[in-house]
Design a protein around this ligand. Structure first.
Ligand code: PLP
Length: 391
């Protein structure tokens, strides 16, 4: 008999879709995939070279559980310089991806029955990790809000005496929402009034378009910094998803707690990847900007193409690299749900998307634009063909 905690978690649906695409391609089928949540660029060369050097220089042993001191210093410096968060190396924990940072945070703050507020559409891992850590996800619905930015009142109304924390994710996966500074200030006020934590997942902090600005909630005041766990990493910004390096900063007691949990689960993140992450943090800004510019071009292509497919203007996401589009009008005939629609598109038209219900946004499909412009155009052509034959 498996443990009861398995009743409430599911394998990552996005990883499952990526697996299915790989399988179909291995059978020789040509599939366009809007599924994966990762940049398609190669990790920049100076980072790869730093990793090779790290191996040759003997960085192949266990490191301190919370990360190499030199990397924790560099991360603290990055949080200070880029995010305006006043922190120290002692407050930084380096983990095997931002995903592990979120898990460490939840394991450090959640007692059984504690409520954690998440904003729908949300990154599905939050919901599953909250339940794995014994907490209860409380969903605030931002689906019908402009730009998917939650209303401050809806967040305030979701709090109870059991609320332990709120998780925010701006720029957001899956919606691309970027929260305005005023919204973040209001969330900070709410958290301070209620005495709860904020887990701020800022993994897409560099993927901003149309002049959108990223603000770290922990930069607003020492009081809100004290109760915020800020999470980021190198996966998305530096095209390093496979290297598995994320990092967090929080108050010293929380950082120590998160490091203790990690010590007993995975020990340190890969030593070689830590040296690669160090090189990433020293990379000239131009390299990242070039990748973001290319994402911006693709974003325009996908927004225009999706608007044509859907026959209405699709609002352009302002951050991350996802389009979360409403396909509701195609799911009330022979196709009954977004899950069926995604399956149909993959099986009949060889184009992979992620159903919105995975993210608490039924009726939608999430399309990643981390693929070439030619592929985006071909993928949209297949979606158009697929939905046309449903009419
Ligand atoms: C919102 C969000 N946070 C965290 C992660 C995980 O990042 P990492 O690869 O650093 O574990 C992802 C990856 O898809 C994500 O979308």
């Amino acid at each position: 008999m498996l443990a009861k905690r398995l009743d409430c978690v599911e394998p990552s649906p996005t990883l499952a879709i990526t697996g299915k695409v790989r399988q179909l391609r291995a059978q020789g089928l040509d599939v366009v995939s809007f599924g994966a949540g990762e940049p398609d660029f190669d990790t920049p060369e100076p980072i790869r070279e730093a990793a090779i050097k790290a191996i040759c220089d003997g960085h192949t042993r266990y490191t301190a559980g919370a990360g190499m001191p030199i990397l924790r210093e560099a991360v603290a410096e990055k949080f200070g310089r880029e995010n305006k968060i006043d922190t120290t190396a002692e407050q930084v924990v380096v983990s095997s991806g931002a995903k592990q940072c979120v898990y460490n945070a939840l394991m450090a703050i959640c007692d059984p029955g504690d409520e954690i507020v998440i904003i729908a559409p949300y990154w599905m891992t939050y919901r599953d990790q909250i339940m794995l850590s014994g907490g209860v996800p409380i969903v605030v619905d931002a689906r019908s809000e402009p730009g998917f930015v939650p209303s401050v009142d809806s967040i305030r109304n979701a709090l109870t005496s059991k609320t332990k924390a709120i998780i925010i994710n701006s720029p957001s996966n899956p919606t691309g929402a970027v929260y305005p500074k005023e919204t973040l200030h209001a969330i900070a006020e709410i958290a301070m009034d209620a005495g709860i934590f904020v887990v701020s997942d800022e993994i897409y902090e560099k993927h901003l378009y149309d002049g959108a600005e990223h603000h770290s909630i922990a930069s607003f005041s020492p009081e809100i910094a004290e109760r915020t766990i800020t999470i980021s990493g190198v996966s998305k910004s530096f095209a390093m998803t496979g290297w598995r390096i994320g990092y967090s900063t929080s108050n010293k007691a929380l950082a120590k707690a998160m490091a203790t949990i990690q010590d007993q689960v995975t020990s340190n993140a890969s030593s070689v990847s830590q040296m690669a992450a160090l090189a990433a943090l020293k990379l000239p800004e131009g390299e990242v900007k070039r990748m973001v510019q290319e994402f911006d071009t693709r974003r325009r292509v996908i927004v225009e193409g999706a608007s044509q497919v859907l026959g209405c203007e699709v609002p352009a996401p302002r951050g991350a690299f996802y389009l979360f589009a409403d396909f509701g009008k195609f799911v009330d005939g022979s196709i009954k749900s977004d899950v069926e629609l995604a399956n149909y598109l993959l099986e009949e038209h060889r184009v992979a998307t992620v159903p919105g219900s995975v993210f608490g946004g039924p009726g939608h499909l999430r399309l990643t634009y981390a693929l070439s412009r030619t592929e985006i155009e071909e993928g949209l052509r297949r979606i158009a063909e697929g939905v046309r034959s449903l009419m």
